[in-house]
Design a protein around this ligand. Structure first.
Ligand code: HEM
Length: 123
Protein backbone atom coordinates (compact mmCIF):
# COMPACT_ATOMS: atom_id res chain seq x y z
CA UNK A 1 0.00 0.00 0.00
CA UNK A 2 1.31 3.44 -0.92
CA UNK A 3 1.93 5.81 2.00
CA UNK A 4 1.04 9.33 1.02
CA UNK A 5 2.78 11.52 3.59
CA UNK A 6 0.99 14.70 2.53
CA UNK A 7 -2.35 12.96 3.02
CA UNK A 8 -1.27 11.41 6.30
CA UNK A 9 -0.02 14.74 7.60
CA UNK A 10 -3.42 16.30 6.89
CA UNK A 11 -4.95 13.50 8.94
CA UNK A 12 -2.44 13.35 11.76
CA UNK A 13 -0.93 16.84 11.90
CA UNK A 14 2.32 18.30 10.73
CA UNK A 15 4.70 15.81 12.35
CA UNK A 16 5.82 12.99 10.06
CA UNK A 17 4.15 9.74 11.19
CA UNK A 18 7.56 8.04 11.46
CA UNK A 19 8.43 10.51 14.21
CA UNK A 20 5.36 10.13 16.37
CA UNK A 21 4.54 7.49 18.92
CA UNK A 22 1.18 5.83 18.93
CA UNK A 23 -0.54 5.62 22.24
CA UNK A 24 0.23 2.45 24.19
CA UNK A 25 -2.66 -0.02 24.66
CA UNK A 26 -2.58 0.30 28.46
CA UNK A 27 -2.77 4.09 28.18
CA UNK A 28 -5.69 3.81 25.76
CA UNK A 29 -7.46 1.49 28.20
CA UNK A 30 -6.94 3.97 31.03
CA UNK A 31 -8.24 6.75 28.82
CA UNK A 32 -11.36 4.81 27.91
CA UNK A 33 -12.25 3.83 31.47
CA UNK A 34 -15.81 4.69 32.34
CA UNK A 35 -16.04 8.24 33.63
CA UNK A 36 -17.24 7.16 37.08
CA UNK A 37 -14.20 4.88 37.32
CA UNK A 38 -11.85 7.74 36.59
CA UNK A 39 -11.17 8.50 40.20
CA UNK A 40 -8.21 10.85 40.58
CA UNK A 41 -6.95 8.86 43.56
CA UNK A 42 -6.51 5.85 41.26
CA UNK A 43 -3.91 7.65 39.15
CA UNK A 44 -0.54 6.49 40.40
CA UNK A 45 3.01 7.17 39.28
CA UNK A 46 3.98 3.55 38.56
CA UNK A 47 0.80 2.60 36.68
CA UNK A 48 -0.08 5.83 34.90
CA UNK A 49 2.81 8.29 34.67
CA UNK A 50 6.00 6.25 34.42
CA UNK A 51 4.86 4.29 31.32
CA UNK A 52 5.00 7.56 29.35
CA UNK A 53 8.69 7.91 30.22
CA UNK A 54 10.48 5.35 28.05
CA UNK A 55 13.99 4.16 28.97
CA UNK A 56 15.38 6.39 26.21
CA UNK A 57 13.54 9.52 27.38
CA UNK A 58 14.74 8.81 30.88
CA UNK A 59 18.40 8.38 29.98
CA UNK A 60 18.37 11.50 27.77
CA UNK A 61 16.95 13.65 30.54
CA UNK A 62 19.36 12.14 33.07
CA UNK A 63 22.23 13.00 30.72
CA UNK A 64 21.16 16.57 29.88
CA UNK A 65 19.92 17.76 33.26
CA UNK A 66 20.15 15.02 35.89
CA UNK A 67 16.35 14.84 36.06
CA UNK A 68 15.33 11.22 36.67
CA UNK A 69 11.90 10.74 35.10
CA UNK A 70 11.56 7.37 36.84
CA UNK A 71 11.93 8.96 40.28
CA UNK A 72 8.44 9.91 41.49
CA UNK A 73 9.88 12.38 44.00
CA UNK A 74 11.88 14.25 41.36
CA UNK A 75 8.94 14.27 38.97
CA UNK A 76 6.70 15.63 41.74
CA UNK A 77 9.24 18.34 42.64
CA UNK A 78 9.51 19.36 38.97
CA UNK A 79 5.77 18.98 38.24
CA UNK A 80 5.25 22.56 37.03
CA UNK A 81 8.27 22.55 34.71
CA UNK A 82 7.49 19.13 33.25
CA UNK A 83 3.86 20.11 32.77
CA UNK A 84 4.71 23.30 30.89
CA UNK A 85 7.47 21.69 28.80
CA UNK A 86 5.03 19.01 27.64
CA UNK A 87 2.09 21.44 27.26
CA UNK A 88 4.15 23.75 25.05
CA UNK A 89 5.18 20.78 22.90
CA UNK A 90 8.82 21.36 23.79
CA UNK A 91 9.24 17.93 25.43
CA UNK A 92 9.88 15.17 24.62
CA UNK A 93 12.40 16.38 22.05
CA UNK A 94 13.34 14.28 19.03
CA UNK A 95 16.37 12.14 19.79
CA UNK A 96 14.87 8.78 20.78
CA UNK A 97 13.74 6.07 18.31
CA UNK A 98 10.18 6.43 19.66
CA UNK A 99 10.19 10.07 18.54
CA UNK A 100 7.99 12.82 19.92
CA UNK A 101 4.39 12.62 21.14
CA UNK A 102 1.40 13.01 18.88
CA UNK A 103 -1.42 15.30 20.05
CA UNK A 104 -3.42 12.42 21.56
CA UNK A 105 -0.51 11.16 23.64
CA UNK A 106 0.35 14.70 24.73
CA UNK A 107 -3.27 15.38 25.78
CA UNK A 108 -3.53 12.06 27.58
CA UNK A 109 -0.28 12.67 29.45
CA UNK A 110 -1.43 16.13 30.56
CA UNK A 111 -4.77 14.71 31.75
CA UNK A 112 -3.14 11.90 33.75
CA UNK A 113 -0.38 14.19 35.04
CA UNK A 114 -2.96 16.66 36.40
CA UNK A 115 -5.02 13.84 37.92
CA UNK A 116 -1.85 12.48 39.56
CA UNK A 117 -1.24 15.86 41.21
CA UNK A 118 -4.88 16.41 42.18
CA UNK A 119 -5.02 12.91 43.67
CA UNK A 120 -2.10 13.72 45.98
CA UNK A 121 0.78 12.22 43.97
CA UNK A 122 -0.07 8.58 44.61
CA UNK A 123 2.80 6.09 44.14
C1 HEM B 1 11.41 19.78 33.71
C2 HEM B 1 11.09 19.43 32.49
C3 HEM B 1 12.12 19.31 31.41
C4 HEM B 1 13.18 20.13 31.16
C5 HEM B 1 13.57 21.42 31.89
C6 HEM B 1 13.88 19.56 30.04
C7 HEM B 1 15.02 20.10 29.49
C8 HEM B 1 15.72 19.56 28.47
C9 HEM B 1 16.92 20.11 27.91
C10 HEM B 1 17.62 21.38 28.42
C11 HEM B 1 17.31 19.28 26.91
C12 HEM B 1 18.58 19.45 26.07
C13 HEM B 1 18.34 19.57 24.64
C14 HEM B 1 17.65 20.82 24.17
O1 HEM B 1 17.11 21.63 24.91
O2 HEM B 1 17.64 20.99 22.95
C15 HEM B 1 16.33 18.22 26.80
C16 HEM B 1 16.37 17.18 25.89
C17 HEM B 1 15.47 16.12 25.83
N1 HEM B 1 14.39 15.91 26.66
FE1 HEM B 1 13.82 17.14 28.13
N2 HEM B 1 13.25 18.41 29.65
C18 HEM B 1 12.16 18.22 30.46
C19 HEM B 1 11.24 17.18 30.41
C20 HEM B 1 11.28 16.13 29.53
C21 HEM B 1 10.32 15.05 29.46
C22 HEM B 1 9.07 14.95 30.38
C23 HEM B 1 10.71 14.21 28.47
C24 HEM B 1 10.08 12.92 27.99
C25 HEM B 1 8.82 12.62 28.20
C26 HEM B 1 11.93 14.75 27.91
C27 HEM B 1 12.64 14.19 26.87
C28 HEM B 1 13.77 14.74 26.28
C29 HEM B 1 14.48 14.16 25.16
C30 HEM B 1 14.12 12.85 24.45
C31 HEM B 1 15.54 15.03 24.88
C32 HEM B 1 16.55 14.85 23.75
C33 HEM B 1 17.93 14.70 24.30
C34 HEM B 1 18.99 14.48 23.23
O3 HEM B 1 18.72 14.59 22.04
O4 HEM B 1 20.08 14.17 23.66
N3 HEM B 1 12.23 15.90 28.58
N4 HEM B 1 15.37 18.40 27.77
Amino acid sequence: MRHDCAYRSRLFGSVHPAHTVTILPTMRQNFLRKREDFNMATVGFQANIKPFFTPCYRSHMLAVSGLDLWDAGQVKDNWDDINSEVASGSMPKPGCPEGVWDKTTQALFLLEFLAWKNGGFQP
